[in-house]
Design a protein around this ligand. Structure first.
Ligand code: PXP
Length: 242
């Protein structure tokens, strides 16, 4: 299983002071040195954390592992992405007021739009991922629209309490199996932490996790290298059934 490290919140700290540090580019380099299998970043419409220049710089210096750009399916983002050429794009819904991405992309509603939207990316050889809620109808629509992969939104699992945790985990398992059998690559992410990652990482159909906030938050105490190594260790343990 691959670990994509989302570096947005390094930029969140920098933007709190509009200064030059901490530099997300440096964070990306250190994360890769520590074993990150991918660098993920989200260029938001309001540029609240990652700036355009961060994206261009990261594309330039990160060559050993893929760069995955999370973005809203807008014309502005398409122009930027086709210029930068990340290895993959992950399409996410975006609302200005939200603290973080709140739900998955509604592919059922947007199927025709997305099918057209992703054509240029497919021609450019850029992998297209849809970030969706673990719902069969969204998976079906993702297949129809031509996605290469889906990233299952783990936010409801992460927020669940008590018996709801197992229910949400079961939803993720069933959706992962369903998407895999439909021929999609299956990824997952959002709200995953050192405490809750293992049950998700043990779902064998899921081949990639994208984790940001928890890794960057704990980097304050441990350093980013150690934070990445500890997350990789948990993922490895869960894959080995430990
Ligand atoms: N995957 C997607 C599609 C996201 O939008 C985000 C948040 O930017 C993440 C993963 C990472 O979520 P978190 O920061 O909660 O780990």
């Amino acid at each position: 299983m691959r670990l994509g490290v989302n570096i947005d919140h390094i930029a969140t700290i920098r933007q709190a002071r509009r200064t030059f540090e901490p530099d997300p580019v440096k964070g990306a380099i250190l994360a890769v040195e520590a074993g990150a299998d991918q660098i993920t970043l989200h260029l938001r419409e309001d540029r609240r954390h990652i700036q355009d220049k961060d994206l261009f710089e990261i594309r330039k210096v990160i060559t050993e592992v893929p760069v995955n750009l999370e973005m809203a399916p807008t014309e502005e983002m398409k122009n930027i992405a086709l210029t930068v050429r990340p290895d993959s794009i992950t399409l996410v819904p975006e609302k200005r007021e939200e603290i973080t991405t709140e739900g998955g992309l509604d592919v059922v509603q947007l199927q025709e739009y997305l099918q057209n939207y992703i054509k240029d990316f497919k021609e450019a050889g850029i992998r297209v991922v849809f970030f969706i809620d673990p719902i069969f109808a969204q998976i079906d629509a993702s297949v129809e629209a031509g996605a290469d992969a889906v990233e299952l939104h783990t936010g409801e699992y992460a927020n669940a309490k008590g018996i709801e945790v197992d229910k949400q985990l079961d939803r993720l398992k069933k959706s992962a199996t369903y998407a895999y059998e439909k021929g999609l690559k299956v990824f997952a992410g959002h709200g995953l932490t050192y405490q809750n990652v293992k049950p998700v990482a043990s779902i064998l159909e899921i081949e990639e996790l994208n984790i940001g906030h928890s890794i960057i938050a704990n980097s304050v105490f441990w350093g980013i290298g150690e934070a990445v190594r500890r997350m990789k260790k948990l993922i490895l343990e869960s894959r080995e059934g430990r």
